[in-house]
Design a protein. Structure first.
Lengths: 291, 279
C-alpha cells in the first residue's frame, strides 16, 4: 500500500532519507504538589524546556507551526511530501526530575487538535466563552479523539463537578459528558488535565459546545477545552536514565508505528509519580520515517 | 489460520501495508460510575472496570442474560478484521493513579439482577458465541449494587465444563460482608476439580443470605493479556512480538473489557492503549 513501510530494512532506510529524521524534544514543567499520578497537560508548562505553548484564548486549531508544538522551534517536523506518509518509529529520550535522572512515569505523545481558553472556575451554568471548539482538521470523524479541561490558572479550593456538552462521532450534538471532579486539591492545579468521560455509547468527540460547573470552586482561574488524539506512549521506568524506544525490536514504545499526519501539533500528556518541587523534564529526539 | 510471518511483515502491517489495518486504540477510565463515586475498591481484591466512566464510555448494568460483542457499550469497540483475516494484539500499556494489575479479557456473556438474599439456585443460562469450547474461560460474580454484611459463600451450582459435561459444581468462595459485598467487586468462581474452563453456567447459588438483596450477576470471560503497573504513576506495558507466547488473537466481535486488582483502596483513574493489526 502506498505510504506503508514494507520491510525492516526499508524502515531503517526511510529514516536515513527522511528530511527530518530527528525531531528535537525539550519539555519541562514545574511539578505542582498534589498532582502525583494525575494527568497533566504539558502544553503551556514552562521551565528549562523549549517547547512552551501559549495559553490559548479564542478557539483555534493548533498545527505544526504553533509555538509550543514539538519540532516547531527549529522547524524539524515537516509535512510528508506528495502521497508519502510520516511514521513515528523511534525515540531517544532522557527524563529528568530536578537533579535526578531516570524519573519514571508516562510521557504520552499526542496530536493537539483544537483548543481554547478563558473559561471560569466560578461561573455556574453553561459557559460558551470562546466555544464551540474550532472544527477538527485532523481526525475529523472524532473517532478516538479525547476531550479534556486544561487548567491554565489555578482554580479554587472548593471541590465540585464539571460536565461538557459535545458533538459525538455520529455528529449528534448535545451529548453530555459524565460528571467528574474539578476544584479542590488535585483538581485545581496549573497544568492539570481533567479528562472528560463520554456519554454512554460514545467513542470520540468532534467538538465541545459548552462547559458547566455544578458550583463555584471559589477562584476563577483559567480553564480551557483541549481536543487531542493520543499517538504513542513512552514509559520510563525506575533506573532507566535514557530511553531508546521503538515498538518492534525492543517494544519500549507503545502504540505501534503511528502515522504523524500533516500539520500535526505534537505535545505531551504527562503522568508523573511524584508531585511538588523541582522541574520535571524530558529531552531528546523522536524519529520520523517517511514512506 | 493467518499469521504474522516475519519481522518485515510486522513492520509492513503496522504501517498499513498488506491489509494490516493497524488500529491504535487509546482509552481512559475516570474514577466515576455514571458520574458518581463508586464504592472504593478493596486493596488486593479483584474489581471490574466495566461500569467505570471513560472513553470509550462505561457499560450498563446487565439484567437478563446476554452475549456481548464489539458494539456493546462498555467494551473498547475495536473494529473487526476483514477479508478472512485475524486480528492480533501487538502491544498494550497502561498507567494508573494506583498500582495494580490490569487484566484484558473478552467479555463473553453476562447477567445481572441476581439477589444477595436468595439461597436457592439462581438461573444464569445463555450460550457463548466465542470460545465456545470453554477452554480457559473463567466465570466471576460481579457486584453491581452492594450486597449485605452477612458473610456467606457462593458457588457455581451447575455449569458445563470444557469437555461438555453438564451439572458440574464449583467450589465455594466467600460472598457478602466487607471485602466481598461492594459494588464493582469481581469474585472469581472456582471450578470443579480437574476442570479448565466453562462452556455455560446454568446457575449460581448463595449459601445463606447476605442480608441485603443488592444486585449481582455472573460474567463469563476469556483472559487475553495482563499489565502490571508497579506503583502510582508508573506505567506498565507489554509488546508481544518480543518473547513468548506471541501475539494474542482478538477474535471477531470480541468485547474487550478490564478487570483490575488494585494495590490500594483508592478509586482508580487509568489511561492506556492497545496496538492491533490484521494478518
Amino acid at each position: 500500500m502506498a505510504g506503508s513501510i514494507d520491510t525492516w530494512d526499508a524502515l531503517v532506510a526511510a529514516q536515513d532519507s527522511q528530511r527530518n529524521p530527528s525531531v528535537y524534544v525539550s519539555k519541562a514543567t514545574s511539578l505542582v504538589a498534589n498532582t502525583s499520578a494525575r494527568w497533566l497537560d504539558s502544553w503551556a508548562a514552562s521551565g528549562n524546556g523549549f517547547d512552551v505553548g501559549a495559553v490559548p484564548t479564542a478557539a483555534v486549531v493548533p498545527t505544526t507551526a504553533t509555538v509550543g508544538a514539538v519540532g516547531q522551534r527549529d522547524g524539524t517536523l515537516q509535512n510528508s511530501g506528495g502521497s508519502l506518509k510520516n511514521w513515528l518509529v523511534a525515540a531517544e529520550l532522557v527524563p529528568q526530575f530536578g537533579a535526578t535522572v531516570a524519573t519514571p512515569g508516562l510521557w504520552l505523545l499526542c496530536d493537539r487538535l483544537s483548543h481554547q481558553g478563558g473559561l471560569s472556575g466560578t461561573t455556574t451554568g453553561a459557559q460558551t466563552t470562546n466555544l464551540p471548539t474550532a472544527a477538527l482538521t485532523r481526525y475529523t470523524s472524532g473517532e478516538g479523539v479525547m476531550a479534556g479541561l486544561s487548567i491554565y490558572s489555578q482554580l479554587g479550593a472548593s471541590g465540585t463537578t464539571v460536565t461538557a456538552s459535545y458533538t459525538n462521532t455520529a455528529s449528534t450534538a448535545g451529548q453530555a459528558t459524565q460528571a467528574v471532579a474539578i476544584g479542590a486539591t488535585a483538581f485545581r492545579e496549573v497544568n492539570r488535565l481533567i479528562l472528560l468521560p463520554l456519554a454512554s455509547g460514545d467513542t470520540g468527540v468532534k467538538s465541545v459546545e459548552s462547559v458547566t460547573l455544578a458550583a463555584s470552586t471559589g477562584t476563577a482561574g483559567n480553564i480551557g477545552v483541549v481536543l487531542f488524539k493520543p499517538l504513542a506512549a513512552f514509559c520510563t521506568f525506575p533506573g532507566i536514565d535514557e530511553l531508546r524506544a521503538e515498538p518492534v525490536l525492543t517494544g519500549t514504545m507503545f502504540g505501534g508505528l503511528p502515522e504523524i499526519v500533516d500539520d500535526a501539533c505534537l505535545f505531551w500528556v504527562r503522568v508523573a509519580p511524584s508531585g511538588g518541587g523541582g522541574i520535571d523534564q524530558i529531552d531528546g529526539f523522536i524519529t520520523i520515517a517517511e514512506s | 489460520m493467518t499469521a504474522i510471518a516475519s519481522l518485515d511483515s510486522l513492520v509492513q502491517k503496522l504501517t498499513g501495508g498488506d491489509n494490516g489495518n493497524p488500529e491504535n486504540l487509546h482509552w481512559f477510565k475516570a474514577a466515576k460510575v455514571a458520574g458518581a463515586d463508586p464504592t472504593a475498591p478493596i486493596a488486593g481484591r479483584l474489581m471490574s472496570l466495566w461500569r467505570y466512566d471513560g472513553s470509550p464510555s462505561g457499560g450498563a448494568v446487565p439484567t437478563t442474560v446476554a452475549t456481548l460483542d464489539n458494539t456493546t457499550t462498555g467494551g473498547l469497540k475495536q473494529t473487526d478484521p476483514g477479508g478472512g483475516r485475524q486480528k492480533w494484539l501487538h502491544s498494550l500499556w497502561a498507567c494508573s493513579l494506583i498500582g495494580g494489575t490490569l487484566i484484558l479479557y473478552d467479555r463473553l456473556l453476562h447477567i445481572g439482577s441476581l439477589d444477595g438474599t436468595v439461597t436457592t439456585a439462581q438461573t444464569v443460562g445463555g450460550s457463548l458465541t466465542r470460545y465456545t469450547d470453554g477452554v480457559g474461560n473463567f466465570a466471576f460474580a460481579e457486584i453491581y449494587t452492594t450486597v449485605g454484611a452477612s458473610s456467606t459463600t457462593i458457588k457455581l451450582s451447575s455449569y458445563t465444563d470444557q469437555d461438555g459435561n453438564t451439572g458440574q459444581v464449583g467450589s465455594l468462595v466467600t460472598f457478602g460482608n466487607t471485602g466481598f459485598r461492594e459494588d464493582t467487586r469481581a469474585i472469581m468462581l472456582p471450578l470443579a476439580s480437574g476442570d479448565t474452563g466453562v462452556r455455560a453456567v446454568a446457575s449460581v447459588q448463595v449459601t445463606a443470605t447476605t442480608g441485603t438483596a443488592g444486585n449481582f450477576g455472573v460474567t463469563i470471560g476469556h483472559p487475553l493479556a495482563y499489565v502490571s503497573m508497579p506503583a502510582p504513576g508508573v506505567p506498565g506495558g507489554r509488546t508481544f512480538a518480543q518473547g513468548l507466547p506471541g501475539l494474542p488473537e482478538i477474535k471477531t466481535d470480541a468485547c474487550l473489557a478490564w478487570l483490575f486488582k488494585p494495590a490500594a483502596s483508592t478509586r482508580p483513574e487509568l489511561v492506556g492503549g492497545l496496538s492491533m493489526l490484521e494478518g
